[in-house]
Design a protein around this ligand. Structure first.
Ligand SMILES: [Zn+2]
Length: 211
């Protein structure tokens, strides 16, 4: 089964078992009865898909450094992060220096997480200007990229701190990771295990089937 960027469906038929799928099957995977002429205990509802191929405005964008979330991501894998401005334009820093992309589909950015910066206790008023300025800054030239001490995290932190003129507190890498990236990744990992099972078998059952 191909990965479908539509969100997953969930329903219950005969038992308190959640059935996850992209397409409602003809027969209930639990009791095997024809679903077309029976009622569902819980009618199908959509599970929001956190992965997107379109950046939200003023957001932190997260994807695995290698591979992609759906196929191969697991906890602890390296992450690549970037930012979007108020017009959803993406800015990223890597060994090629700064790249910016105006419209989806963005090269190399599909099925990523786009987490609004509004949830951070800072006001990034100058973010658009700061992001545009980084394009011509020496520090963000490709040759200056360093996997350990001048990478995409340094870029994002530096931009966010430069854009937040009102606060005396400076955002740290640790804070960004703990308060922002980890919660988003944890939620995604839970969903990914369901998605992978559905892709493999067409459906995934959650709950006690023998009850
Ligand atoms: Zn059933």
């Amino acid at each position: 089964m191909q990965y479908n960027s539509e969100s997953l469906l969930c329903f219950q038929h005969c038992k308190k078992v959640n059935v996850f799928c992209y397409i409602i099957p003809n027969n209930c995977p639990v009791c095997k009865n024809d679903l077309s002429n029976t009622d569902l205990t819980i009618p199908p509802f959509r599970i929001p898909n956190p992965l997107t191929s379109e950046a939200n405005k003023l957001s932190l964008l997260i994807k695995p450094t290698f591979g992609n979330f759906i196929r191969d991501f697991k906890r602890g894998d390296l992450l690549h992060i970037a930012l979007s401005n108020s017009e959803r334009k993406i800015f990223e820093f890597n060994e090629n220096g700064i790249s910016s992309y105006n419209f989806s589909p963005y090269p190399n950015w599909t099925n990523f997480l786009s987490v609004s910066l509004a949830s951070l206790p800072y006001k990034f008023v100058d973010l658009d200007e700061v992001l545009e300025n980084t394009i011509t800054m020496n520090i963000w030239e490709g040759e200056r990229y360093n996997e350990v001490n001048n990478n995409c995290f340094d870029y994002v932190i530096s931009v966010l701190n430069a854009a937040d003129k009102n606060s005396n507190q400076k955002l740290t890498k640790l804070q960004l990771t703990q308060e922002f990236i980890s919660p988003a990744i944890n939620k995604t990992i839970r969903l990914l295990s369901i998605v992978r099972n559905v892709l493999e078998d067409g459906f995934f059952l959650q709950g006690n089937i023998t009850e």
